[in-house]
Ligand binder design. Sequence first.
Ligand SMILES: Cc1cc2nc3c(=O)[nH]c(=O)nc-3n(C[C@H](O)[C@H](O)[C@H](O)COP(=O)(O)O)c2cc1C
Length: 302
Amino acid sequence: MSVEVAGVQLRSPVIAASGTFGYGVEFEDIVSLDRIGAFVTKGLSREPMAGNPTPRIIETPAGMMNAIGLQNMGVRAFVEEKLPKLRQINGALVIANIFGFTVEDCLEVIRVLNDAEGIAMYELNASCPNTSHGGMVFGTDPELLKELVSRTKEVAKRPLMVKLSPNVTSIGQMAKVAEEAGADAVSLVNTFLSMAIDVETRRPRIANVTAGLSGPAIKPIAVRMVYEAFKAVKIPVVGMGGILRAEDAIEFMMAGATAVQVGTASYADPRAVENIANGMRKWCSSRQVERVRGLTGTVALQ
Ligand SMILES: Cc1cc2nc3c(=O)[nH]c(=O)nc-3n(C[C@H](O)[C@H](O)[C@H](O)COP(=O)(O)O)c2cc1C
C-alpha cells in the first residue's frame, strides 16, 4: 500500500485533507493517525485568524459549501500547542498546510515551521487572495503562482507540495508553472467557487455570499483536472475532490494521482480515510494488483 510523494514514504496513499481534520489531535480518539497515509493540517497563517461570520457552511445535493475564511490558530500556536502532541504519536505523518496574503507572509510561516520538528512536508495553498495585487488569487495567475512557488521553495527546508486552485481555465498550465518554479509535487483540487440563495428571503445562504464547493458533486471535474495535470508534469500529482469510497480513490489514481486526499467524506464518517485505505487494499488483492502504486496513470484510453 505504500507510495512515495516528493521523497516522503507514505504507508498508504490516502491522506486526510486540509481543513477537514483539524490539527490532527482532535481526531486522536477516533482515528489512529499512525495508520493513515498522512494528514494535512488546517491552513496555517502568520497570525491567528477568526475566519468569516456565520452561516459559513451548508450542505448541498452531493456536497457542501464552505466559507470558513481560513480560521486558524496561527503558525506559532500550532508549533507550541499542537505539534508536541503530534510528535508523541509515533508514526503519524504530518503535512503542514500554509497560506498567506502576501509572499512574505508565506515565507514567514515556513521559517517558523522550518525550525520545528515533526513535519514531513509542506502543502502550499495557492487558493488565497494576494492583498498586494488587489486580491487576485495566487493560484489563478501564472505570474503570481510562479513568484509564490519559487520564493517559498527557496526558503522551505522540507518538500513543497503546491495545492492548485481549480478555478482556472487550464489546470495543466498551472501545474506546469508550479513544477517549473520548483514544486516537488502538486495537489488538486481545492474547492470550486460557488453560491447559493435562499429564495424565500432572497439572501445568500452563506454570509460571505460566495463559498467553496466540495464533495461528490465535484468529483468528475476533479478527476478530469488530475488527468490533465498528470499529463502536463513529471512531479507527483496528489488528487482529491469528492472521494467517498475506495473505488473513487482508485479512479483518481488511474487518472494519474500518486496519492489522494479525503476531505468532505470525513464529515459524514470520521473514519473515512482509514476505511477507504482498507477498501483499496481489498480491491487490489481481489484483482491481483500487487502494489497500489502500480495503478497511477493506468487509465486505458483504447
Ligand atoms: C470545511 C473545509 C475547510 C477547508 N479548509 C482548507 C484549508 O484550510 N486549506 C486548504 O488548502 N484546503 C481547505 N479545504 C479544501 C479541502 O482540503 C479539499 O481540497 C476540498 O474540500 C476537496 O476535497 P473533498 O471533496 O474531499 O472535500 C477545506 C475544505 C472544507 C470542506
